[in-house]
Ligand binder design. Structure first.
Ligand SMILES: [Fe+2]
Ligand SMILES: [Fe+2]
Length: 189
């Protein structure tokens, strides 16, 4: 695997400035939450640094970049190509940065829409992506507070936020987000 310092230098070179600042924020928050919840800090930091590595490609190029690497593209991905930066990010993490740790690769894979049975590491990267310091939207303060208190409740609130955002933009809801939210709510009852 490439050294983390070299990965960061490569990302700083390739990502747009605001995307790099966002990514650095996700890494900072992920490390803090990893400490809080007893997750391996190095795995959290690595997953966070790489979660948006495929954003080096414009959204309009994501379908083609996936197809030429034999990464499956579902109908919902064709309709909402931005979703593909997650599986393409996994591919780049493996093949460009040499990451072999499946827990790290899964945290990259599931940071956009989530899934049922998310690991603590996956939850941390998902939440850090939504609450890092440069994020600014109605409700972000509540998410920041919940993330420090209760990961399950924070995830429900994060899915609520994400679903509302998608609906507001008349976007397609990904079934995995619904399944993941339902699972958490059923476990609360
Ligand atoms: Fe992302
Ligand atoms: Fe992100």
């Amino acid at each position: 695997m490439m050294m983390l310092a070299d990965i960061i230098a490569d990302l700083e070179k390739k990502l747009k400035r605001d995307r790099f600042v966002h990514t650095r924020g996700v890494a900072e928050v992920s490390v803090r939450l990893a400490k809080l919840y007893g997750v391996d800090e190095q795995e959290a930091e690595l997953a966070a640094w790489l979660h948006d590595c495929a954003r080096v490609y414009p959204t309009s190029a994501l379908i083609e970049e996936c197809v030429r690497r034999d990464i499956p593209v579902a109908e919902i991905d064709r309709q909402s190509p931005i979703l593909l930066h997650a599986p393409l990010g996994v591919y780049l993490a493996k093949h460009v940065y040499g990451v072999e740790n499946n827990a790290v690769l899964d945290a990259i894979a599931y940071h956009t829409v989530g899934r049922e049975q998310m690991t603590t590491l996956e939850r941390i990267v998902y939440l850090a992506d939504m609450i890092e310091p440069s994020r600014d939207y109605d409700g972000v303060e509540l998410l920041r507070k919940l993330a420090e208190e209760d990961l399950s409740r924070a995830m429900v609130a994060a899915f609520d936020q994400s679903i509302a955002h998608v609906i507001h933009g008349r976007g397609l809801l990904h079934p995995n987000t619904i399944l993941a939210r339902n699972e958490l709510l059923m476990n609360e009852r």
